[in-house]
Design a binder for this molecule. Structure first.
Ligand code: SF4
Length: 447
């Protein structure tokens, strides 16, 4: 049986697809090679915007067209939030909710009548199919590999209870569930042993790590354990909410060698009235205090952010305030999204809709600002020594190796030495259009 898994959306989805893939391998399936048709297709969907939903439906149809004999299963956030729309696509055999995603291999084994496995779909609760919630955590086996790259993602948390007014994620992912710290340590140890040089800690709401386990210390306590794992590797944190970047986290990202000096802290809007309508639990002043403090502690620290353009009620004056505010901040990477109505969210019922054309123009202005900040940041790195990892042999082109620095910049290394340590220092000698140009510094040189 050949299988094909396609994944849309966030890092957590990618990790869950990897888990599924390992579980299928263990059951005797094998991944369809390039150009081969599959007997089983699984689409792991996302539902963050209306556009993603459309993309999911398009992808389902494509999978069906290109794999006419295959069983088609659809899982993920879109399958969870709108199972009817997924089921309505002719050819879809099963719709499996997020919380049962980790048991798809068991559902398949049950279908095949493998002893000890689930025997019928009645035996397993699929929230997307029967509309009922599930307490199943679907604890997955630890992964032995993560794609073929040097960076491995580790899921430490699932679920969100913040209910920002625009966001469908709490409905798609359910309440907070944190991974057992012992399992996280074991997972990171496996990846380090296998030679992965960068571990990215990921979660749907990473900053809420530990909240459901009644453990204090959250992400920073976990990090403190992970950096004690022996080996040459580094840890990067995925997105964290502004009020969750506490003093101990600040100390870690600005002072610990094994923790990348990079944070992604979503602002969403630089106007306080809109933040209130978004139900975001901080104001612009707090956000500015945090990012300036981080920048002052480490001028090479990368700070990314998310911005939504055209949230209901964002009139020209509010947008202008937001843009001006963002312009003052020491941010280095922008992710800009036009606001998208998500049925079932509070914001879907708000007045003050912003026309599509206006949203598009605001996105353009925000992206322009983000690019200029990123250019400025890269310029400031010239002459500095940064730490880097190589990001895959496939990117070895024309004698140049592509690297990723601790502070989240892509770099190009011409004529790389035959062997490199997993994490090594480089000196920034110049810039290309979108990359740093770097040279290796002797390994015994401490940056
Ligand atoms: S914190 Fe807010 S934006 Fe992030 S997943 Fe939760 S509800 Fe959505």
């Amino acid at each position: 049986m050949r299988y094909l898994i396609k994944t849309l959306g966030c890092k957590v989805n990618r990790i869950e697809s990897e888990q599924l893939s390992e579980a299928l391998d263990a059951q005797g399936y094998r991944p369809a090679a390039k150009g081969e048709t599959a007997d089983l297709c699984i689409l792991n969907t996302c539902s963050v915007t209306a556009r993603t939903d459309t993309e999911c439906r398009r992808m389902i149809r494509r999978l069906i067209r290109e794999n006419p004999e295959a069983r088609i299963m659809v899982t993920g956030c879109y399958a969870e939030t709108d199972p009817e729309a997924v089921r309505a696509v002719p050819g879809v055999e099963r719709v499996v909710g997020n919380r049962e995603k980790g048991r798809i291999h068991e559902i398949l084994a049950g279908d095949a009548g493998i002893p000890g496995m689930v025997q019928s779909r009645k035996d397993i609760s699929c929230p997307a199919e029967d509309g009922e919630g599930s307490s199943g955590s679907g604890t997955a086996e630890l992964l032995e590999r993560f794609g073929d790259r040097s960076r491995a993602f580790v899921k430490v948390q699932d679920g969100c209870e913040a209910f920002c007014s625009y966001c469908i994620v709490p409905l798609a992912r359910g309440p907070y569930r944190s991974e057992d710290p012992e399992r996280v340590v074991r997972q990171v140890e496996i990846f380090v042993r296998k030679g992965y040089s960068e571990i990215v800690l990921s979660g749907i709401h990473l900053g809420a790590y530990g909240a459901d386990r009644r453990e204090t210390g959250g992400v920073s306590k976990l990090l403190a354990r992970l950096i004690r794992i022996p080996g040459d590797f580094r840890i990067r944190l995925s997105s964290l909410e502004p009020m969750e970047v506490d003093d101990s986290l600040v100390d870690m990202v600005t002072g610990e060698e094994k923790v990348c000096n990079h944070l992604h802290i979503p602002l969403q809007c630089g106007d306080d009235a809109i933040l209130e309508r978004m139900k975001r639990p901080y104001r612009t002043e707090q956000y500015a205090d945090l990012v300036f403090r981080l920048r002052d502690l480490d001028p090479t620290l990368a700070i990314g952010t998310d911005v939504i353009a055209g949230f209901p009620g964002e009139d020209d004056a509010a947008f202008e305030r937001s843009l001006q505010f963002l312009a003052t901040l020491p941010l280095t990477h922008f992710h800009v999204f036009p606001y998208s109505v998500r049925p079932g969210t509070e914001a879907a019922g708000l007045d003050g809709a912003v026309p599509g054309k206006v949203k598009k123009e605001r996105c353009r202005l925000l992206r322009e600002l983000g690019s200029s900040k990123n250019r400025h940041f890269r310029k400031r790195m010239v002459g500095r020594i940064l730490k880097a990892v190589s990001i895959g042999t496939t990117e070895y082109r024309g004698g140049a190796l592509t690297l990723l620095t601790n502070n989240y910049l892509k770099a190009s290394l011409h004529n790389p030495p035959k062997s490199l340590f997993p994490v090594f220092p480089v000196k920034v000698s110049g810039l290309s259009d979108d990359m740093l140009l770097v040279k290796v510094v002797y390994h015994d040189t401490k940056p």
